[in-house]
Design a protein around this ligand. Structure first.
Ligand SMILES: Cc1cc2nc3c(=O)[nH]c(=O)nc-3n(C[C@H](O)[C@H](O)[C@H](O)COP(=O)(O)O)c2cc1C
Length: 360
């Protein structure tokens, strides 16, 4: 029976173990330019023991990015900012893919010269966000015109091509957590009447087109896709996630992707959402390698491999305070105290990369 510490091939990625570092926004890039900063080099390089690092969500365009200090991949300066990061990860023997992100209605006009954020439909997220001008209510987004979608698909392709120039090993399409592609998937959020709304097949079309665009750049064996069937972050909601994700699984399966990354948190863990788990149905209908994430550590991950529920797991929060997480789990070394949530999404070096490796 495979363990988490056995190697596995996910598409073209040869992983020395079955633990991926889950994508985590840390807000340490330059807010004005979305260029990665030098402090991000060691942060990622020190986590190179992961089977595969998935970067923090990374904007594909100015329109798609509205988060303080989140990085991008649409300008030459951003590409140059990523180059020393990917090089340092490779030097430490690791592998790293960029998570490609369009935030949709979770962005704000303050980030985009006053241009309204865009979404499947003109429905605002309840609550507030933080913009360069302070705490603001989420805005009512503008529903995308049908003929604008091809342009955003092209932005995915452009960012994917830039990821190559930046030295990444591949990309992950962010189709989770209520951002633009997920916003199109879910019927409480997508009220469109064109070919991108209505049936589950129609709502999956944008995700499939964005995936096809980046596959065209990288080859399917260097592309992963992330989905979150139940997560209600950013007011994401669907009345029948089982039916929707059966269609999503059947749509993505023929791409022969490197992996499908399913965020579906175990009870009692960060981001847990009540509801009948959808990942077993996805496993049935999706033929390629599948990664599970959400509360998985040694015991839960080993059980997921043993039951055949997953081929590998991704780990998020524990990676924040344990740069050497795989070594700690493998050797039975204790984990460091959890990282301080006030340092998760913003700030300087404090709480970012000041966690020691075991024994140091
Ligand atoms: C600080 C922080 C930032 C996150 N940013 C992202 C992100 O950029 N993209 C994403 O898909 N998920 C993001 N997540 C979710 C994690 O990738 C992961 O799905 C979640 O933490 C559950 O896994 P875990 O229990 O192993 O932490 C973030 C989570 C945290 C704690």
């Amino acid at each position: 029976m495979p363990t988490l510490f056995d190697p596995i091939a996910l598409g073209a990625f040869q992983l020395p173990n079955r633990i991926l570092m889950s994508p985590m926004t840390r807000g340490r890039a330059d807010t004005a330019t979305a260029v990665p900063t030098p402090m991000m080099i060691n942060y990622y390089a020190r986590r190179a023991d992961a089977g595969l690092i998935i970067t923090e969500a990374t904007g594909i365009s100015r329109q798609g990015l509205g988060w303080h200090g989140a990085p991008g991949l649409w300008t030459e300066a951003q590409v140059a900012g990523w180059q020393p990061i990917t090089a340092a990860v490779h030097k430490n023997g690791g592998r790293i893919v960029a998570q490609l992100w369009h935030m949709g209605r979770a962005s704000h006009s303050d980030f985009n010269d006053g241009a309204q954020p865009v979404a499947a439909s003109a429905i605002a997220i309840k609550g507030h966000t933080y913009t360069p001008l302070g705490k603001k209510e989420y805005e009512v987004p503008r529903a995308l015109e049908t003929n604008e979608i091809a342009g955003i698909v092209a932005d995915y392709a452009h960012a994917a091509a830039n990821a190559k120039l930046a030295g990444f090993d591949g990309v992950e399409v962010h189709g989770a957590n209520g951002y633009l592609l997920d916003n199109f998937l879910k019927n409480a959020n997508n009220k469109r009447t064109d070919q991108y709304g209505g049936s589950a097949e129609n709502r999956t079309r944008f995700l499939a087109e964005a995936t096809a665009a980046v596959v065209n750049v990288w080859g399917a064996d260097r592309v992963g896709v992330r989905i979150s069937p139940l997560n209600k972050f950013n007011d994401a909601a669907d009345s029948d996630p089982q039916a929707l994700y059966e269609v999503v699984a059947k749509t993505l399966s023929p791409f022969n992707l490197a992996f499908l990354d399913v965020l579906e948190t175990l009870p009692g863990h960060f981001m847990y959402t009540e509801g009948e788990p959808v990942h077993p149905a996805i496993r049935q209908h999706y033929k390629g390698p599948m990664v599970l994430n959400g509360g998985y550590l040694l015991d839960e991950g080993s059980a997921a491999l043993a039951s055949g529920a997953a081929d590998a797991i991704a780990i998020g929060v524990p990676y924040l305070s344990n740069p050497d997480l795989v070594s700690r789990l493998k050797n039975g070394w204790p984990l460091a105290a959890p990282s301080d949530p006030s340092t998760w999404y913003m700030g300087g070096t404090a709480g970012y990369d000041d966690h020691a490796v075991y024994g140091k």
